[in-house]
Design a protein around this ligand. Structure first.
Ligand code: SF4
Length: 313
């Protein structure tokens, strides 16, 4: 059996010899299928109609390795979590169960990112060491969902979030949301609010145009917009969504007192996901200021950004 391993993860565990720019704290793995995904999400390199390089997901290359080699090398990577991502293909559920039973011997907590499955299968995952489920809502706008994720249903994803919360508990459904797919700030904020109300949590991604996909010509979001959405996510998580100030459908600023400002943690602009997930360089080119810091940046950096964001315009 083969399993795909993100390039950074493969370096960290010694399967590939290359220089590592930032060490992944989670091992990012993916089911192996020698074709494209059965679904056709407009932004995804693995989509049915995409002509992108098969090895890619977002900016990241995912070479395939023998499962035995991966299992042997995983302990050397000193990871705090395994994250198994999936693409849709016949027999995928069986492969996931087989992989999980092999991984469970390693004793690490496991996240599985998967399209909606029934509660019975979620229970089976739980029995095999899975404690978080990544849910690919991706599109924060119901208006755009059908066009961008034609094989999945908006309501079906929300039902799935509910099922994950029932099986795994609150904040264990990590809902993936991509900023920059044509949604408004207001849609992003309303969707994030709904996720928290449903008992989930949110992992933000910046849209990354991949050559060969339907959205290859769409521009990624500005860093400024992304920072606003990151701050809005934190405020919603803290029950402080009322501080988000809109002008039309865009975020105009944040109404925060000095005391509230001082409570914003230094990792507000870091990758937010399952415990131990830092996902380095998933959306960004090395050398540029990252959308999601793979570590906790200095308090000064964060303070400066916050002041810039909060300056009246
Ligand atoms: S938040 Fe990170 S560890 Fe959790 S499912 Fe998403 S990519 Fe995997």
């Amino acid at each position: 059996m083969l399993v795909r391993v993100s390039y950074g993860t493969a370096i960290a565990m010694g399967l590939v010899r290359a220089k590592l720019l930032a060490k992944p704290t989670t091992a990012y793995l993916m089911t192996h299928w020698p074709g494209k995904c059965l679904n056709d999400c407009a932004f995804c390199a693995q989509a049915r109609s995409s002509k992108a390089d098969w090895e890619k997901l977002s900016r990241v290359t995912w070479p395939a390795f023998k499962l035995g080699d991966v299992l042997r090398n995983l302990p050397g990577g000193n990871f705090s979590r395994l994250c198994l991502q999936t693409v849709e293909y016949p027999g995928m559920h069986e492969d996931v169960l087989e992989l999980l039973s092999e991984f469970s011997a390693l004793g690490l907590p496991i996240s599985v990112s998967i399209t909606p499955v029934g509660r019975g299968l979620l229970e089976e995952f739980k029995g095999l060491g899975v404690d978080y489920i990544g849910v690919g809502l991706d599109v924060a706008s119901e208006r755009l969902f059908r066009e961008l994720k034609p094989d999945l249903s908006w309501d079906g994803i929300w039902r799935f979030i509910g099922d994950v919360v029932k099986v795994f508990g609150r904040r264990r459904a990590l809902v993936h949301i991509i900023v920059g797919l044509g949604e408004t700030d207001r849609e992003l904020v309303e969707t994030m609010k709904r996720v928290y109300e449903a008992g989930g949590d949110i992992s933000l991604f910046a849209f990354t145009p991949i050559k060969g996909t339907r959205l290859e010509k769409v521009k990624p979001p500005s860093l400024e917009r992304y920072r606003k959405i990151q701050l809005a996510r934190w405020l919603l998580e803290e029950g402080m969504g009322g501080a988000i100030v809109f002008k039309g459908d865009s975020i105009a600023g944040f109404a925060l007192s000095e005391e509230e400002l001082s409570r914003i943690p230094a990792d507000v602009f870091s990758t937010h996901g399952c415990p131990g997930c830092n996902r380095p360089y998933y959306n960004e080119r090395p050398g540029k200021e990252p959308y999601n810091y793979p570590f906790r940046p200095g308090k000064k950096t964060v303070e400066l950004t916050l002041r810039e964001l909060l300056l009246p315009r």
